[in-house]
Design a protein around this ligand. Structure first.
Ligand SMILES: *Cc1c(COP(=O)(O)O)cnc(C)c1O
Length: 407
């Protein structure tokens, strides 16, 4: 019996979601479409408990899953030359960061991180997140033109003397100079933690500087530009390996499933292949094409453009908020999320920017010409005031020529 027979109500929601996704373009930069092999690995692996600290297993029958975890670890280390120790168990990035903080610093210690409105992540110190509640947070910001200011970061580090500096964020069209961050951290006596969750695919393929050997710890999600399933991995130096492993299990979580570990191993295996370089080159070419079309259409972009896989439209001074723009684009089948811009006068739920990324579109086989077409739709919708109804059929037509892998 298949789900359509056993549970028609649940199946109907599944079918609606699949149709909606197939007929839209997901340009949310944190999203991606994993390959069919990754999906298969996660779907086919039997479910059972495999809690372990790397040596001791708390359940029987875990001989094979131990090898799965070893495979994932070996491939994760191979992806990042210069890395020393990896823990592949974290089930998400927010947890992965928690494990790193718990392993390497103490409660109430000071962390210097990128502010949320400037592109940081909620697990870097939002006051409603554990990170903002358990640690003292000092934020560095981007300049009015949307760039990192290393003099400001240096000054803050020397006056605030944080125990940890975090380099990384979620909404960054600019790159992180980990070497500079490393020098600043050394000078002020802080640990450097790199969170490359968003641009990890660019790091692996040499389109963005690597955190190693400068960072003392690193966390990345798997589901974003790395094209895996939901999950994260954390790295540290060999001398802190035991602390990190304990902080992950039993510190912040019980077990990762064999399915999650196998899907990670498969995703890392794919990221090590030449095809992944081609994929990321496509991600970069596609976002550049979209950026060029939007700039030519009269939009302003935060940072003036992009050096990563994402861009942010700056709608300040226009009659449209980020929230309005997101709704209008969605009605036409273009998914891009509202986003704070530096010094945003609006709250996060309204925002003055919209964030676009190219990972999903590239996974569906879109090329720079298609991205320019998307840019023209965005202009018609947001600047020319055209109704989503007239754009929607054109979006559906292109989307149906590019099925989502594995769907
Ligand atoms: C996405 C993201 C995370 C958190 O990942 P989740 O899996 O959503 O918990 C952490 N840090 C950064 C910089 C991210 O972009």
């Amino acid at each position: 019996m298949t789900l359509d027979h056993t549970d028609p109500e649940a199946f109907a929601l599944l079918a609606r979601e699949r149709q909606f996704r197939a007929d839209s373009f997901d340009l949310v930069p944190s999203d991606n479409h994993p390959s069919p092999s990754v999906l298969e690995a996660e779907r086919m692996y039997p479910l059972f408990y495999s809690e372990n600290d790397g040596r001791n297993f708390y359940y029987p029958g875990c001989g094979i899953v131990k090898s799965v975890e070893e495979l994932a670890k070996a491939r994760a280390l191979a992806l990042f030359p210069g890395s020393e120790h990896v823990n592949v168990k974290p089930t998400d990035g927010t947890r992965g960061n928690e494990a790193v903080y718990r392993a390497l610093i103490k409660r109430d210690d000071k962390i210097l991180s990128l502010g949320l409105a400037d592109g940081g992540h909620l697990s870097h110190g939002l006051k409603w997140n554990y990170s903002g509640q358990d640690y003292k947070i000092v934020s560095y910001e981007v300049t009015a033109s949307g760039q990192l200011d290393y003099d400001q970061i240096h000054h803050l580090a020397m006056t605030e003397r944080p125990k940890m500096i975090i380099a990384g964020g979620s909404s960054c069209p600019f790159q992180f100079d980990f070497e500079k961050f490393g020098q600043i951290a050394k000078e002020c006596g802080a640990l450097l933690h790199a969170d490359i969750s968003h641009f990890v695919g660019l790091v692996v393929t040499g389109h963005h500087p690597s955190p190693f050997p400068h960072a003392d710890s690193m966390m990345t999600t798997i589901q974003k530009t790395l094209r895996g399933q939901k999950g994260a991995i954390t790295f540290c130096r060999t001398d802190r390996a035991r602390d990190l492993d304990r902080a992950v299990f039993p510190g912040v979580m019980a077990h990762a499933t064999g399915a999650q570990l196998l899907a990670k191993a498969v995703a890392f295996g794919e990221a090590l292949k030449p095809e992944f370089r081609t994929y990321i080159q496509g991600v970069v070419d596609n976002i550049q094409a979209l950026a060029a079309e939007l700039l030519a259409g009269g939009f302003s972009l935060v940072s003036g453009g992009t050096k990563t896989h994402l861009l942010i439209l700056d709608l300040r001074g226009r009659p449209l908020t980020g929230k309005d723009a997101e709704a209008k684009l969605e009605a036409a089948g273009i998914l891009a999320n509202k986003q704070l811009v530096p010094k945003d006068p609006n709250p996060p739920t309204v925002a003055s920017g919209v964030r676009f990324g190219s990972p999903c579109a590239t996974a569906r086989g879109l090329k720079p010409d298609d991205m320019r077409q998307i840019g023209r739709w965005v202009k018609r919708l947001l600047l020319d005031g055209e109704s989503p109804e007239t754009v929607r059929p054109e979006v559906v037509a292109l989307a149906r020529r590019h099925p989502i892998p594995g769907l």
